[in-house]
Design a protein around this ligand. Structure first.
Ligand SMILES: [Ca+2]
Ligand SMILES: [Ca+2]
Length: 243
């Protein structure tokens, strides 16, 4: 009978569930330290370490790729260089004043500045941090690769210049750079991942030529007057070293 087989199955399920629960409880009792309380990890006297409460979430979207430095250190790189368009979202540990420096690239052939053969593509970058930092025209922007010059796709040529020494470092003087230019979202036409993240209040930025400036560097400094580090430890590691 259908009902009889169903009842047998439920008995079996219940028996297994009870046995499983007993095993879990036994395991938990064995792992719990004696005395019942949770033990604190050993900690050196006077040392205060940063915690996840000190971090903020950083979200970035680039058309088409970017690498980001905070206070001179590389902290994020777009994991997908071309397509599909994606949002990179990471935890960062801000220290103020905080210099954010971004190198962003449109999808462009280094030899011609074109994409898909002889087409001209456009760029765009947007960022928002959990501390309220957003991209805007207050950022500085500079192009280091431009083309095709005069939009001449029949005989495409590019203009490049070397990255300035130390362009990502806090002490770098960007006062001669132009301000970034804000672009309307309709002009950028971001793809779906953008709408699944919080970019409220952030502006799309680039240099003054969204089409022909294909590699750009962007900088800003975030000040928090009166801010002091809640922690007193400093890193011993040097992440620039690979040994
Ligand atoms: Ca372009
Ligand atoms: Ca593009």
């Amino acid at each position: 009978m259908h009902n009889g087989r169903s009842g047998f199955s439920w008995q079996l399920v219940c028996a297994c569930a009870v046995a499983g629960l007993a095993c879990v409880m036994l395991g938990t009792a064995q792992q719990r330290p004696q005395g019942g309380g949770r033990r604190k990890p050993p900690q050196q006297d006077g040392i205060v370490k940063p915690t996840m409460k000190d971090t903020v979430r950083a979200s970035m979207y680039a058309d088409n790729w970017f690498v980001m430095y905070i206070n001179g250190r590389q902290v994020a790189v777009d994991s997908i260089d071309f397509l599909p368009h994606n949002v990179v979202s990471v935890d960062v540990l801000p220290e103020y004043p905080m210099t954010i420096a971004v190198l962003a690239k449109d999808n462009a052939d280094p030899a011609t500045g074109c994409e898909y053969g002889r087409s001209i593509g456009d760029g765009g970058f947007i960022l928002k941090f959990g501390d309220g930092t957003v991209t805007s025209a207050s950022w500085k922007a500079k192009s280091v690769m431009h083309g095709p010059i005069d939009r001449n796709t029949a005989d495409p040529k590019v203009r490049t210049e070397p990255l300035p020494d130390g362009w990502m470092r806090p002490a770098f003087d960007d006062s001669s750079w132009a301000n970034a230019v804000e672009y309307a979202q309709e002009r950028i036409q971001p793809k779906e991942p953008f709408f699944n993240h919080d970019f409220a209040g952030a502006k799309w930025i680039w240099t003054g030529d969204l089409d022909l400036d294909n590699t750009v560097i962007l900088r800003t400094r975030v000040d928090r007057p009166g801010w002091t580090r809640p922690w007193n430890t400093t890193p011993d590691i040097d992440t620039d070293q690979r040994q």
